[in-house]
Design a protein around this ligand. Sequence first.
Ligand SMILES: [Mg+2]
Length: 246
Amino acid sequence: MGTTSLKIQAIGFDADDTLWHNEDDFAATEDAFAKLLSPWADTVEAKACLLHTETRNLSLFGYGVKSFTLSMIEAAMELSSGAIDSATLGVLLQRGKDMLARPAELLPNVARVVEELSRSHHLIVITKGDLHHQERKVQLSGIAHHFAAIEVVAEKDTHTYERLLQQHDIDPKRFVMVGNSAKSDIIPPLQIGSVGIHIPYSFTWEHEKVSETQREREVGEHRDRFFTLGAIGELPDLLGQLDHAA
Ligand SMILES: [Mg+2]
């Protein structure tokens, strides 16, 4: 690889809802939460309170299932004005533990694509969330050995990406980030000169949602480095074209 080459040096992968299913598990637990709280609140009110509590707690708890579980308990106490019984709180705790214990279910074609790309590229998992849980999911995923590094970070902003790329000695212009969240996986890498490949998942957590207009505005001038795919199976072809064009 010549020094003037712009060939792809490394590929970053988001984990949740990019490599494996995640948000559908949260959605199912939110439904169960709303059902349990139905004596005190309707579904819309219960879910809104939970989201509000989660968002309020982010700066203290960070992302992940443990934080989500604590927020469920707090929101349940608030919605019931303290009347909720310990048996119901126990059910919420157990839901959180079940989420933590469940092995990650890979999205279709992930195993094949990751194995194929790892033969020619340096692959890194870059994910938010709880350190212990994310490391456990990666280790149990069966694909951990294809990655050169697993980075669990507190926030995915331009500062984080710059720090990680520097740490791994990767040129931002030769870095590609792949993920389901425009806000966390695509816009910050585009802003530091990297390529962003967006693969939307069927659910997006409210906190990660950006409007179409906002996304268009953020992508704007970086359009030549922004791509959207329907599924991860299409990734090797696109990367082949990018490498070929360099
Ligand atoms: Mg994700």
